[in-house]
Write a protein that binds this ligand. Sequence first.
Ligand code: AMP
Ligand code: MG
Length: 350
Amino acid sequence: MNTIVVTVDKENPDIKVLAQAGDIIKSGGLVAFPTETVYGLGGDALNAQSSHKIYAAKGRPSDNPLIVHICDIKDLDAIVEEIPEFAKRLAEAFWPGPLTMIFRKSEKVPYETTGGLDTVAVRMPEHKTALEFIRQAGGYVAAPSANVSGRPSPTIADHVIEDLSGRVEMILDGGEVGIGLESTIVDLTEHVPMILRPGYITAEMLKTVIGEVTIDQAILHADSKEAPKAPGMKYRHYAPKGSLSIVEGNMEQVTTRIQHLLIEAKQAGRKVGVIGTDETVSLYADADVIKSLGSRTDEEAIARHLYKVLREFDEEEVTQIYSESFGDNKMGQAIMNRLLKAAGHQIIQA
Ligand code: AMP
Ligand code: MG
């Protein structure tokens, strides 16, 4: 398949291009598009065949449901059985935005889109290109992240081209995304709303709107006996090709330990990389490849750069990577969740 790549101005997209992209979706094809979280791989959410194609293009296990993207709150009614009061309040506070909510699905949504579940995940993104594209596509776009399964999610169009060129009809290039980590997922079918995947919208932010929120314990502990409630969270995502370990402790202990570890690994003949921060990269002069995620004082920059940096280590064929750890307050929880998954939960205490 020949993949068309079109550059769009994310604030002021060319409607003709988005209409063409929308037509591809309506006729059962696939289009990758930018959102404020990561790039999405879109297909018609109400067409079972389109969902099949999404799973095939990504190499994604078919029990891992897709998020349905909408562009207007009025469109929610048709795809869910009921809208709980909590959901109305959360939508008012955080939509459009990086929050995905789980509802009981209506008959309109095929089981192919929900991975066989009776629930459906829905999000309204805050991104002009994404919103207009969804409108042009008929209002319901199923979209997981636009990467091959197991690779880090794409934060620039080049990542999408690397992974999906030849597998989708069109890629809309809207430049670098704003957030860089996938949406927060909250399940509203539970008695108390439950976070299934941490993201930019934190538990604290949700609590200010709906009071009580829990977090799926299975995603916080590697040794949990329970399966995570979001089927996708059980897979080892975002894995770089090299072995990745996270070093935990206070900053001084961490940097000292990483310095020792990287000298040892080099002596053992490994090509060694370090994931550090602006404040610490100068301490790792012995590493073969050193990447900074940004300043420790700028959590948002760290989130935005994480996936790009993980991909860069693959390009440089690093075989052993050590990463600093991050506090788990606010967005730190989402950053650590993704980093721990990338590392297959390999942690070294400094
Ligand atoms: P991605 O689209 O790549 O960000 O992945 C979507 C995530 O949403 C995966 O972890 C899915 O397991 C999760 N998800 C989608 N729909 C549901 C649902 N109905 N119930 C629970 N988790 C869901
Ligand atoms: Mg994904």
